[in-house]
Design a protein around this ligand. Structure first.
Ligand code: DGT
Ligand code: CA
Ligand code: CA
Length: 599
C-alpha cells in the first residue's frame, strides 16, 4: 500500500463522536448497497452460503422497494413486512437507516483488504474465486491480478484453467483502464445529493452538472460540476467538507477536486455569471463537439473558450449556452447530441430532432412481478406504474428455461394471464397487458409452445444464455426468433451488462433489417446496467424505421425510476417520440401489437 499524501476526511473527524447519526438521508439504494457489500465480503471469506444468500436477498428486496424505508423509520413508523426479512435483518435496516452503515459491515471491512471487492467486477471472478486468489496468491487488486495472470501464476490452481487465466488477464486490463467508470444511475443519485448540498451554501446562485453526466452517457468517469456564486470560497469550503468526501485531491480559489467514498471523483469549478453559459458549454463537452464548435467559431472570425465567445477582445456571448450557439448561427443543441456525430451540421440546417422526453412515455412493455423473479405483486406494480404516469404496463414474466428466475411454464403463465384479466376489471387509470419474456433458445426457437404465446397481448423475446456463440450463429439464432409468428419485441438486443459482460457478437444491421421486414420492435432496456440498445444502434434502427420500445424491465416498484435513463440513452440515439412505440396511447398501441402476430 502506498502512503496517503492527501488529507483525508476521516482523519479530520472527531474520533469518538456521539451515537452516529447520518448527516444525510439514507435511501433504499444505500441500504441495499450495505447488504450487498456484506454478502460480498462474507462470500469472499467462504462463509455459510445461506447467510450470504440472506443478505443478497435483503439487498434485492430493499433496493426494489417502492417507498422510502429511511423516511418511514424517521417518522417513527414501524418497518413494513418485507419478504424473507426476519427480525435480525429488520434491525439492521433500522441501524443502516439511522447511521448510514452497520456495525457488522464495519467489522467485516477490517477483515479484508480495502478494495478487494472491486475485483468482483472482473468477468470470471465471483466472490469464491476472489477469496481463493487472495488467500492463496495474495491478490488484492486488479493490478496484482494482471501481474499474476501475465506470469502464468493463476493457471493450474483448482478451478483455474489456462483459458480462465487469459480471460482474467483481459478483464483486469479492462478494469484498470476503466478506472472506475460508474453507472449513470448511481452517479445521478450521488450528484443530485451533492448538488442539493452545494445549493444550500451561502451566496450560491446556480449549481449544475456538466461533462459526460449531462450528456447522459451510460457510465461516467468523473463528475464535473459548475457553480455560480457571489462567494466562491463559501462554495468550495462546503464542497470539500461535504460528508461523503473521502479525499481532497486539489483545492484552489475557484477549482476543487475530491474523491467521494463511493470512489467517484468530482471536479467543481466556480465560474463568473457573465461566462456561465460558455463555461457550461465547454465543460459539457464532448471534447469532439467542443473542437468542432471552436472550428466553426474560427471560421467566423471568432474565438470560443470557457470564458466566452470573443471577437477580438470583445465578448459577444457567454452568459447562457443559447447565446453562444446563437452567435454561431445555431440553435441550442441538447447535450445528449454533443458527440460530433452530425449534430452541428443538423443544427445549421435546422434539422435537429425534437428529442423524446420522459413525459412522452405512455406505458411500459417489459416488467416482472413476484410470480417470476420480481419482488412486488401485480397490484403493487400496477399502482407504481400508474404513479409513474403510465397508462399501461405489460407483465412479462420469464419462461421455464430461465429456471434461476423461476420462469413460468405454460400452465402457470396462462393462469397468471387469467389473474391479470381479473385484476384489470378492478384497476383504474392503468391497464395491464399480458405478455411474457420468453427465452430465445440457442437454436432460435422460443421457450414456450406457439399456441400459448398466441393467447398473449405481446411476446418479448430475449437471450439469457449462450452469449458467446460465433457471430454468424448468433445472428442466425436471433433472426430465426424474429420469424416466430408471435414475436413482438426483442429485449435487450445486445445482451451486454455494463462492466460485466460485453455485448454479443451480432450483426445488428441484419437484426434491424429483419425487424423491419418482420414488422416487430426492438427494445431499449432502461436498466442502468443494460441501457441496451446502444445509442448508435438506436440511431440505426430509427434510420431504418424500426420502432423502439423503451422499457424499465422493472423487478420492483422502484424501478420505474430507471425509465429516465432509458430516455437519456434514446436521446443520445437521436430518437423522437414518434420513433418509440410506447409513446402511443393504449388505444393506438393495441392494433400495432396485434399486427405483429401472424395468424
Ligand atoms: P468522463 O468524465 O470520462 O466520463 O467524460 P467527460 O466528457 O465528462 O470528460 P472530462 O471529465 O475529462 O471533461 C469534461 C469536459 O471538459 C469534456 O467533455 C470537455 C471538456 N474538456 C476537458 N478536457 C478537454 C480538452 O483537453 N480539450 C477540450 N476541447 N475539452 C476538454
Ligand atoms: Ca467527467
Ligand atoms: Ca472531469
Amino acid at each position: 500500500m502506498t502512503a496517503r499524501t492527501h488529507k483525508t476526511r476521516s482523519a479530520a473527524q472527531a474520533p469518538n463522536s456521539a451515537p452516529a447519526r447520518p448527516a444525510r438521508r439514507v435511501r433504499n439504494a444505500d441500504i441495499a448497497a450495505v447488504f450487498e457489500e456484506i454478502a460480498d465480503i462474507l462470500d469472499i471469506q467462504d462463509e455459510n452460503p445461506f447467510r450470504v444468500r440472506a443478505y443478497r436477498n435483503a439487498a434485492r428486496v430493499v433496493g426494489g422497494y417502492g417507498c422510502d424505508l429511511g423516511a418511514l423509520l424517521a417518522q417513527g413508523q414501524p418497518l413494513p413486512k418485507l419478504p424473507n426479512i426476519g427480525a435480525d435483518l429488520a434491525a439492521k435496516i433500522d441501524e443502516i437507516a439511522r447511521t448510514g452503515t452497520c456495525e457488522l459491515l464495519e467489522r467485516l471491512r477490517k477483515k479484508v483488504p480495502r478494495g478487494i471487492t472491486a475485483l468482483l467486477k472482473v468477468p470470471g471472478l465471483g466472490p469464491k474465486r476472489v477469496g481463493f486468489l487472495y488467500r492463496n496468491l495474495g491478490i488484492k487488486s486488479a493490478a496484482q491480478l494482471l501481474e499474476a495472470a501475465r506470469g502464468g501464476r493463476i493457471r493450474g490452481h483448482p478451478g483455474f484453467s489456462e483459458k480462465l487465466e487469459q480471460k482474467l488477464l483481459e478483464g483486469a486490463q479492462v478494469e484498470l483502464e476503466r478506472g472506475g467508470h460508474m453507472l449513470i444511475a448511481r452517479a445521478a443519485d450521488i450528484a443530485e445529493r451533492l448538488i442539493d448540498a452545494l445549493k444550500r451554501a451561502p451566496g450560491v446562485k446556480q449549481v449544475v452538472a456538466a461533462g459526460s453526466f449531462r450528456r447522459m452517457r451510460e457510465t461516467v468517469g468523473d463528475l464535473d460540476l459548475l457553480a455560480v456564486a457571489t462567494d466562491a470560497r463559501a462554495v468550495t469550503e462546503r464542497f470539500v467538507h461535504y460528508e461523503d468526501v473521502e479525499e481532497i485531491l486539489a483545492q484552489g480559489e475557484t477549482r476543487c477536486s475530491v474523491r467521494l467514498r463511493s470512489g467517484l471523483q468530482v471536479d467543481l469549478r466556480v465560474v463568473d455569471e457573465d461566462a456561465a453559459g460558455s463555461a457550461l458549454q465547454y465543460f459539457t463537452g464532448s471534447k469532439a463537439h467542443g473542437i468542432a464548435l471552436r472550428r466553426r467559431a474560427q471560421q467566423g472570425g471568432l474565438k470560443l473558450n470557457e470564458y466566452g465567445l470573443f471577437r477580438g477582445k470583445r465578448r459577444v456571448a457567454g452568459a447562457t449556452e443559447e447565446s453562444v450557439y446563437r452567435a454561431l448561427g445555431l440553435p441550442w443543441i441538447p447535450p445528449e447530441l454533443r458527440e460530433d456525430r452530425g449534430e452541428i451540421e443538423a443544427a445549421a440546417a435546422g434539422r435537429l430532432p425534437k428529442l423524446i422526453e420522459l413525459a412522452d412515455l405512455k406505458g411500459d412493455l417489459h416488467a416482472h412481478t413476484d410470480a417470476s423473479d420480481g419482488h412486488s405483486g401485480l397490484a403493487e406494480m400496477a399502482a407504481a406504474a400508474r404513479a409513474a404516469g403510465l397508462e399501461y404496463l405489460a407483465i412479462t414474466e420469464h419462461s421455464p428455461h430461465l429456471s434461476v428466475a423461476h420462469g413460468l411454464d405454460a400452465d402457470r403463465l396462462l393462469r397468471h394471464a387469467e389473474t391479470i384479466d381479473r385484476l384489470n376489471e378492478t384497476l383504474r387509470g392503468i391497464t395491464l397487458l399480458k405478455g411474457v419474456e420468453v427465452d430465445i433458445l440457442e437454436d432460435g426457437r422460443l421457450d414456450l409452445p406457439d399456441d400459448v404465446l398466441a393467447r398473449l397481448d405481446l411476446v418479448v423475446g430475449a437471450v439469457h444464455s449462450a452469449f458467446e456463440l460465433p457471430r454468424a450463429r448468433q445472428t442466425r439464432r436471433i433472426l430465426r426468433a424474429l420469424e416466430h409468428p408471435c414475436f413482438t419485441i426483442l429485449a435487450h438486443p445486445g445482451g451486454r451488462l455494463l462492466g460485466e459482460r460485453p455485448a454479443m457478437d451480432l450483426d445488428m444491421a441484419a437484426v434491424i433489417a429483419a425487424a423491419k421486414a418482420r414488422g416487430c420492435f426492438l427494445e431499449l432496456n432502461a436498466q442502468p446496467q443494460r441501457l441496451d440498445l446502444s445509442d448508435e444502434h438506436c440511431r440505426m434502427a430509427k434510420e431504418q424505421g424500426v420502432p423502439i420500445a423503451i422499457d424499465s424491465d422493472a423487478h420492483g416498484t422502484a424501478h420505474f425510476a430507471h425509465l429516465r435513463f432509458g430516455i437519456g440513452q434514446a436521446r443520445r440515439g437521436w430518437l423522437e417520440a414518434a420513433d418509440v412505440i410506447n409513446t402511443l396511447p393504449l388505444k393506438k398501441l393495441r392494433p400495432r401489437l396485434r399486427a405483429c402476430f401472424r395468424r
